[in-house]
Design a protein around this ligand. Structure first.
Ligand SMILES: NC(=O)c1ccc[n+]([C@@H]2O[C@H](COP(=O)([O-])OP(=O)(O)OC[C@H]3O[C@@H](n4cnc5c(N)ncnc54)[C@H](O)[C@@H]3O)[C@@H](O)[C@H]2O)c1
Ligand SMILES: [Zn+2]
Length: 668
């Protein structure tokens, strides 16, 4: 008995933590399948031991995505989760339960289960007034500003017979193509990758800068209409009408009458879903009639009139042939597993990522091992386990995999910092891959936008014409025109493109330098806080971390960069070539110091300007914008629906609360 209690408590604790990683941080550490297995164990144990019931158990509560960066809003109708299963038998059980519960004819609607993050779009008289996340099911985060940037969410609905009050509920997702693009950029920045499009979508929806959200190409799929005076009693018909109103309803939903028809739908989409532009992780099976739905009711966590059947992630088994290492432009070394080619989710897989030394150790990997590979949405698949049974009878088994000690490119001894998982090649000045990688980053479209490909960079590097990106500005027409396969036009084009890059604005030049952890957004933040490079070079850790979103890790990386003579000389050479190392006149002219020294927290929704506009105004006027209330807060700029937690904290700390008009007077 004591044992069971301990196990239940441990499971609850673990599941709470995984919920937090998944919903709030958008960085899960275990797979959904493993999570669902733990949850099932908890549910089964709790069913056997009703005396250990706890209303706060993760088995009876919706996992919450609430963080304190957004105002919270109550849901008029609760937003629940779905009961889920991986077993066809449980789908049949569900069907029979419904049949028994209703004891009258009924119809089922089968839909794809889109794997993103849920949203409730509130339309009043056809206008989008609010968009709220699921939160804990009873209240969610108000992310209206961000949702307004999603192109297939109409701000005004079409048609005349619209209900006065309407909640369109659906999923916000990131198509595969955008997900891969974002992860490619994060990889270049050596930022942690999103495990799958779902985490990328939920992470994006909770960003504080709507402009970044707008650039990420989120999409919505609407799967439910709630409200008073709905047009019909059929969920299916209402969704069809919603499509005419302009909402994006998938045309894959089908009506079914029997378990067999449901299984046909499941089997069809288990194959066909691989051709969809977005991720799906199962199908949802719902009772069609709204009256029947109400009669069946809900638990505190999910409706009794629906169930989700989830697809298993696809796995393959293959032999590990070797482990090789790749060096990135910041010197980070990543291990790659080379496998005997094997078919997985329709593509031939030859490589899998191994992340870092700890991941290799955890798998206890040996060359020749039979390993399980899975494609969970990553750019390249990952190894999830080793077949230990197979190892026993395996005559081909080789050495235990040990992380490389030398750089595969330049032979320098690798280093690993104490609190980091990654190994680095410290030879930033002489390691060819790093040098070429930095030049490739420097010229990308979003940095200096110079039209030159990796092959040309390698060619010019091998010929000794460039040793770093600043040498691009020394290139002469004569240097290029005589190169093999080059002509006058290509030589002239490159010279012109290089010349043009001298007018690229300061923030993009900062990004182009390729300082570890300094991505586009960070570069923008730095540029507005330190309007020229000399100020940035002189900035202390404290000054750097006082800028919004700049933490210790980024600050330390900047300090390290500017303390290396080779990088300082590089920056000076770029300066001599005439690149932009300060904010342009017009940006500077608009700047004031009216809010100098003041820290302001923004909370609630506003009428006169958007949150982002207010944020920009604070920065433009020399103030600091912070996400949470603390003893350093000077003002709270409060709109409607300010989060109750923030309000209470503000009153406790005695922070002054001002409204939109007061704020605008401050900067008049
Ligand atoms: N790996 C982890 O650490 C971890 C942690 C927490 C949760 N999870 C995963 O998340 C699941 C629980 O998440 P959840 O509560 O959001 O449930 P869920 O994602 O399994 O199902 C409910 C959600 O499905 C979505 N949905 C998509 N298409 C739909 C449709 N056509 N009709 C209705 N709803 C539709 C809705 O947003 C709804 O909220 C777990 O089963 C687990 O797989 C994983
Ligand atoms: Zn090296």
């Amino acid at each position: 008995m004591e044992k069971v209690k301990e196990r239940i408590e441990l499971l609850r604790k673990q599941l709470h933590e995984h919920n937090y990683n998944y919903y709030v941080l958008s960085q899960p550490v275990i797979s959904d399948f493993e999570f669902d297995k733990l949850m099932k164990e908890l549910i089964d144990l709790e069913a056997e031991h009703p005396e250990l019931h706890d209303p706060n158990s993760p088995s009876v509560r919706v996992g919450s995505d609430i963080n304190n960066n957004f105002p919270q809003v109550n849901h008029r109708y609760p937003m629940l989760s779905l009961q889920n299963t991986y077993s066809e038998g449980e789908v049949t059980d569900f069907f029979n339960r419904v049949k028994k519960g209703l004891n009258e004819p009924f119809e089922i609607v089968c839909e794809l289960k889109f794997d993103g993050t849920s949203i409730s779009l509130i339309y009043e008289k056809g206008r989008l007034v609010r968009a709220v996340t699921r939160g804990d099911g009873r209240m969610g985060d108000d992310v209206t500003d961000n949702v307004r940037t999603i192109r297939n969410i109409p701000l005004i609905l079409k048609g005349d017979n619209l209900p006065d009050y309407l909640e369109a509920r659906g999923e916000i997702l990131l198509p595969w193509s955008s997900f891969e693009q974002i992860n490619k950029e994060r990889e270049e920045q050596e930022e942690p990758l999103f495990a799958n499009p779902r985490n990328a979508a939920s992470g994006t929806l909770k960003l504080l800068d709507s402009r970044v959200v707008a650039s990420r190409r989120l999409e919505s799929y609407i799967y439910n209409i709630t409200g008073e005076d709905l047009p019909t009693d059929s969920h299916f018909e209402n969704l069809k009408l919603a499509r005419n109103w302009g909402l994006n309803v998938s045309d894959t939903m089908r009506k079914c009458k029997s378990p067999d028809e449901i299984f046909d739908f499941i089997n069809y989409w288990n194959v066909e879903r691989k051709n969809l532009p977005v991720t799906t992780d199962g199908i949802v099976i719902k009772v069609d009639s709204l009256i029947q739905q109400r009669n069946l009711g809900s638990t505190s966590k999910f409706p009794r009139w629906a169930i989700a059947y989830k697809f298993n992630a696809e796995q393959a088994i293959s032999r590990l042939e070797s482990v090789t290492y790749q060096v990135g432009r910041t010197g980070a070394v990543t291990p790659v597993a080379n496998l005997e080619p094997v078919l997985l989710s329709g593509t031939t897989v030859k490589r899998a990522s191994l992340y870092n030394e700890d991941a290799i150790k955890a798998l206890d990997l040996h060359i020749g091992d039979m390993v399980y590979v899975e494609k969970g949405g990553e750019i390249i698949p990952k190894i999830t386990a080793v077949d230990l049974e197979a190892r026993k009878e395996n005559f081909m088994i080789g050495d235990k995999v040990r992380f490389a000690t030398k750089c595969p490119d330049c032979g320098t001894t690798l280093v690993r910092n104490e609190d980091e998982a990654a190994h680095y090649c410290p030879n930033s000045e002489g390691c060819p891959t790093q040098i070429k990688g930095r030049i490739e980053h420097f010229v990308t479209r979003r940095a200096m936008n110079i039209t030159i490909g990796p092959e040309t960079i390698t060619l010019l590097y091998d010929k000794g014409l460039i040793r770093d990106a600043s040498d691009l500005y020394n290139l002469k027409f004569e240097d290029l025109v005589n190169l093999e396969r080059w002509g006058e036009t290509s030589a002239r084009n490159l010279i012109e493109s290089i010349e043009k890059s001298k007018s690229v604005p300061y923030e993009r030049v900062l990004f182009a330098l390729g300082i570890r952890y300094v991505g586009e957004t960070v570069a923008q933040k730095l540029a507005s806080a330190f309007p020229n490079i000399d100020k940035l070079i002189k900035a202390t850790i404290e000054e750097l971390t006082s800028v919004e979103e700049i933490g210790n890790r980024i600050a330390q990386s900047l300090i390290d960069y500017f303390s290396k003579p080779e990088f300082m000389q590089f920056v000076m050479r770029l300066k001599e070539h005439g690149l932009q190392f300060e904010l342009s006149e017009d940006v500077l002219a608009a700047k004031t110091e009216k809010l100098k020294g003041l820290t302001i927290v923004i909370s609630g929704t506003f009428k006169l300007h958007s949150r982002d506009e207010y944020k920009a105004m604070i920065l433009q006027n020399g103030g600091k914008n912070s996400g949470s209330v603390s003893k350093n807060t000077d003002y709270i700029l409060a709109g409607d629906n300010m989060g109750p937690a923030k309000l209470e904290k503000a009153q406790k700390q005695g922070v002054k609360i001002i409204n939109e008009e007061d704020f605008l007077k401050l900067i008049e």
